[in-house]
Ligand binder design. Structure first.
Ligand SMILES: CC(C)(COP(=O)(O)OP(=O)(O)OC[C@H]1O[C@@H](n2cnc3c(N)ncnc32)[C@H](O)[C@@H]1OP(=O)(O)O)[C@@H](O)C(=O)NCCC(=O)NCCS
Length: 361
């Protein structure tokens, strides 16, 4: 009798709370939106700069470049009337076409780049307007080779917060515009290209699982373009000193890149229960094949798990991650575990874990 009395009480109290609970459950569901990559695209210029070509330009050899970097060729946007926006637009339009998305439905466009068309006037705004994304707000994100990784994180947060439904994240760099082709220590490394992804709310529970992003200003001394900013505006003197082209202390950058890319990847693996056995692919910034090999060994994954295309394009800065996605998209299956990791100027670095949200087949 007592228990009947209690359950009646309980029932009546539940009746009282049911409407509230429903409201709360709806709010929780909104909070649980997960951002997913739903389409990828990329663009590289037609002109190829091979190691043999570089042998004619600086004192180097195919053998030196291949053994030190793993790069065989890069693409160069030769047309002087075309800039980073041109490549970004090609990549973004491919994504819209593939996903059958109307440009007017894009809420936001992030362009990760260190080579904007102009120093002032966000290149992202031009890209958004030229593709017809009139309802989007757009901005450039400058985090060098980590720019695309940072951009995906910002986009995912906006989607998960319910502030945006469709976001284009583009990584594009015309590195040939800031490379000194008489400097053999840098001109062998970089290439031009662009890649893009569409990010939306996941419909199947797969998508962004975790991010770990970091930076350290100590890097300013080791990888930079000294002139052209507010510290050293371009003058005849800065031009004479070569301060308007990209400079790097290769050995220091190499050490930081290996340690931080692998460290960030390991941290994200640990806190998500990822192991070399249950992880499908590592999408790592294509800086240098030796950096990739060292990262792969530290993270202890197989060579087939760490994807590469550096041999074809060199280091395209913000474009390497989305170009990898474009080149390997056909291999990915729904639910595959992908770990992104990147390192770049600043220094900037990090790792992101995504469960892949679709299969092409
Ligand atoms: C740039 C990099 C390939 C140079 O390789 P390295 O083994 O460190 O080579 P070093 O800079 O110590 O130079 C070794 C020698 O090769 C020479 N050298 C440099 N570039 C050369 C080239 N393209 N061809 C032939 N010789 C070259 C150097 O002048 C040096 O000669 P020396 O011993 O007579 O002085 C390497 O440091 C690197 O990949 N760093 C990371 C770069 C990177 O990924 N940047 C982007 C980060 S996002």
């Amino acid at each position: 009798m007592k228990s009947n009395g209690l359950s009646k009480k309980l029932l009546s109290s539940l009746d009282h709370f049911i409407p509230d609970r429903r409201i709360r459950m709806t709010r929780v569901a909104e909070k649980n939106i997960k951002a997913a990559i739903t389409a990828v695209g990329g663009y590289v210029p037609e002109d190829v700069l091979t190691n043999a070509d570089l042998e004619q330009m600086v004192d180097t050899s195919d053998e030196w470049i291949t053994t030190r970097t793993g790069i065989k060729e890069r693409r160069i946007l030769k047309d002087p009337t075309k800039a980073t926006s041109y490549m970004a637009i090609q990549a973004a339009e491919k994504v819209l076409t593939k996903s059958q998305t109307a440009a007017a439905d894009i809420d936001m466009l992030i362009l990760a780049t260190i080579t904007p068309d102009m120093k002032v006037a966000a290149t992202a705004a031009k890209v958004a307007t030229d593709i017809g994304a009139f309802n989007a707000f757009a901005f450039d994100l400058q985090a060098a080779c980590s720019g695309f990784l940072y951009g995906m994180s910002v986009a995912a947060a906006k989607i998960e917060a319910g502030h945006a439904k469709k976001i284009l994240v583009v990584g594009a760099d015309k590195m040939s515009s800031i490379v000194d082709y008489t400097d053999r220590t840098t001109c062998i490394i970089f290439g031009d290209g662009a890649g893009a992804v569409l990010m939306e709310a996941s419909t199947n529970g797969y998508g962004r699982e975790d991010d770990y992003l970091r930076s350290n200003g100590v890097g300013q001394a080791y990888l930079n373009i000294k002139a052209g900013g507010s510290l050293h505006p371009t003058t005849e003197e800065t031009l004479a000193k070569g301060w308007d082209a990209i400079y790097q202390d290769g050995k220091t950058v190499f050490k930081y890149a290996v340690s931080e890319m692998a460290g960030a990847a390991q941290k994200v693996m640990e806190r998500n229960g990822l192991t070399p056995q249950n992880l499908d692919y590592i999408i790592a910034h294509q800086a240098n094949k030796r950096i990739l090999d060292a990262t792969q060994k530290r993270v202890q994954v197989g060579t087939n798990q760490l994807l590469t295309n550096i041999q074809h394009y060199g280091n395209t800065t913000a474009a390497t991650l989305p170009l990898l996605l474009r080149d390997y998209e056909a291999h990915f299956k729904t639910g595959d575990r992908l770990l992104f990791t990147a390192f770049g100027g600043g220094f900037t670095w990090g790792a992101s874990y995504y469960t892949w949200a679709y299969s092409l087949k």
